[in-house]
Design a protein around this ligand. Structure first.
Ligand SMILES: Nc1ncnc2c1ncn2[C@@H]1O[C@H](COP(=O)(O)OP(=O)(O)O)[C@@H](O)[C@H]1O
Ligand SMILES: [Mg+2]
Length: 337
């Protein structure tokens, strides 16, 4: 049985279709990653699962409950850490956790023991007794996470848990999630960081325009592409036009797919090849066309290649496109690969 099951979920905000027939099955005890660019519909899906939002149509089953009807029972099973949270500024971190524990009706001994345990695990000891108003983004995020875990929920839902965080906070959160992954807890995590999903998720789905467009384990998704990823530099690439003309040549080779022009550090081409034989013939083929190969490297495909295969664009391009359209802040672009 699946711990979370979403069937044909749709949700619009006015004329914006946030979810467009989303289907998802999350097995019990897995860490499941939802990967997609900003605006893909991740937060909307998570808020529906948490019973904070009603879909226009579709079905939602969580931990054996029909989440659209049995809202209270569903909520009791889960901990939710939202993408943006307003934390009280006057209370200290510990006071906030105690208040949260009271909301969950935890008994006093258990509550205090659990709070101490989480303070230790999330490295919050040095600052937890300070007022929340002085906390950095990373501190707040760790406090949120502790708060979501206080009642030991069977299901933990995290919306972009490390977006914009300092390295230390991110690594503390990753370590805790890795620990939880080995327990019985089911975790559903959304992210637009490829490496986060790749590193943490047992299984994952790629979401684009309110739909799942690919799902499986990160490794399976990469293997399904077949072959290796090649980065090619040709001495003559002086501008985009030349890179584009070589792109045309390479696209015609049998067994080559996902060819993109990479504009970082001079022009290069990235593509997938089905077999290594293609790589060895590549130099000869290009020199016949008067292009001298300058450097050629290959590696295993990444989730970016999976995303490209499924959508025809890189995740970074999808983000930039949406940012252009909606004037989103570009602050997180640097950390994406
Ligand atoms: N409260 C809202 N009102 C209007 N539009 C919204 C609202 N919340 C989300 N949207 C829109 O719905 C789409 C999906 O958003 P969201 O679920 O937040 O995506 P993600 O979490 O993947 O970035 C986007 O186009 C977003 O602008
Ligand atoms: Mg979101």
């Amino acid at each position: 049985m699946f711990f979370i099951q979403l069937k044909d979920l749709s949700k619009s905000y006015g004329s914006v279709k946030a979810l467009d027939g989303l289907n998802l099955k999350v097995p019990k005890g897995t860490l499941y990653g939802l990967l997609g660019p900003n605006g893909a519909g991740k937060s909307t899906a998570l808020r529906i699962i948490c019973t904070l939002l009603n879909p226009d149509s579709g079905q939602v089953h969580v931990a054996g409950h029909n989440a659209l009807i049995e809202q209270k029972q569903t909520r009791a099973k889960l901990g939710y850490v939202a993408q943006e949270v307003a934390i009280d500024k006057i209370l200290t971190g510990r006071e906030l956790l105690q208040l949260q524990g009271d909301l969950y009706h935890l008994n006093k001994n258990y509550k205090n023991k659990r709070i101490d345990e989480l303070i230790l695990r999330l490295g919050m000891n040095d600052w937890i007794d300070r007022r929340c108003g002085s906390f950095s983004g990373g501190m707040k995020r760790r406090l949120d996470l502790a708060s979501g875990l206080l009642h030991e929920p069977e299901l933990l839902i995290l919306d972009e848990p490390t977006v914009g965080l300092d390295i230390e906070s991110r690594s503390v959160i990753w370590e805790l999630l890795k620990e939880l992954r080995n327990s019985q807890t089911t975790i559903l995590l959304s992210s637009h960081y490829l490496e986060e999903v790749d590193e943490l998720a047992d299984e994952m789905a790629i979401i684009d325009n309110g739909k799942v467009i690919a799902n499986g384990t990160p490794d399976d998704l990469k293997k399904q592409l077949g072959g290796d990823r090649v980065t090619l530099r040709v001495r003559e690439f002086s501008d985009e036009l030349e890179a584009e003309s070589v792109k045309k040549l390479i696209k015609n080779i049998h067994g080559v797919s996902n060819v993109v022009v990479n504009k970082k550090q001079g022009y290069s081409l990235n593509f997938l090849v089905r077999s290594n034989e293609i790589i060895s013939n590549l130099s000869d083929y290009l020199s016949k066309e008067n292009f001298e190969v300058f450097a050629l490297s290959h590696s295993r495909p990444s989730l970016d290649d999976v995303y490209l295969q499924a959508t025809g664009k890189t995740l970074m391009d999808a983000e930039l496109e949406l940012a252009g359209k909606r004037d989103f802040k570009l602050e997180n672009k640097q950390s994406m690969r």
